[in-house]
Design a protein around this ligand. Sequence first.
Ligand code: UFG
Length: 346
Amino acid sequence: MRILVTGGAGYIGSHACQRLLRDGYHIVALDNLHRGHREPMEILKGAHPESFEFVHADLGDQSQVLQVLDEHELDTVMHFGALAYVGESVEDPLWYYQNNIAQAIGLLQACDQSRGGKGIERFIFSSSCATYGDPPDDMIPVPEHCPQNPTSPYGYTKLHMEHILKDYANSRAMKNNPIALTMLRYFNVAGSDRTGMLGEDHEPETHLIPVAINAALGKRESMSIFGTDYPTPDGTNIRDYVHVEDLVSAHVLAMNSTKQGEVEAFNVGIGKGYSVREILDAVKRVSGVDFTIHDAPRRAGDAIALYNDPTKIKAKLGWDAKITDIDEVVKDAFDWIKAHPNGYAS
Ligand code: UFG
């Protein structure tokens, strides 16, 4: 397989590139560098000069994407490139719909025209547990058949893309030219690669674990808990934190397991929920710093509690999270951020 990785310069995309390169695949990473970084692309090119290329482009630039797909004879797409902040999506929904849907349709059109009009063979889509919104009580932990009712524009962009991709897969099947489509609904991704080469560097940074680490390292004076009056045991939101390397393993399994004509959706999360306070305690344990935490109002768009029921992904893909100790996840993130106090250089 020869793989296009959109959003390849981003946090999850770069970790996916690294794993796929180690597994011996030919990879082209495509990224507009809006939130991605050039440095991880240079690191990967240095380590894999023959099998890795980076292309600086918008994923919605149909003609350029088509040229890349054809020039490198790519047959598989892992589509990571998207805006991914719940709160930001509430503030600027049109930007999210433009970027995560309109641009992605350009990508899909290029995919459809590639290989002399035959189209690509495999598409692995980064969906999200944000598509479930606030699941009913009897659906927590969340199985894949849970009703999808997002609470944010971000969640809707992922849900709409699932529908668009299913319609596209259906049209390919009707033309006797089936595609393999896998939609991976991530829970909260955290940690960094254990060689210390790649990490999480967002600007702005809004994710809980890196924000707390920044507070522990003195890069910010304090941090806030967004909402302490939720109907949960300690009043704060509950999430399922999956290590980025485990998440990437799910992609490799999905890519190799889903067959032509199959459309599959899998949740990717460890199956255990941690409250915001429990995560902050873990960051304090790992860092050894008792940083200042303020209670703050709820953040718009946040679901109350989301953690995975991993039954389907275990049974069908044989996937299981290897790193389930939250202190280990936090430590990987902490080590990279501490070693890179200003993030990537580029
Ligand atoms: N939180 C705080 N303070 C902060 C940052 C976050 O209390 O400074 C809380 C949030 O309110 C939320 C929890 O920590 O309850 C986790 O928030 P994150 O921003 O780390 O993650 P989200 O759950 O909002 O979103 C992330 C990804 C999405 C993905 C989603 C699935 O950004 O792409 O997980 O839950 F869809």
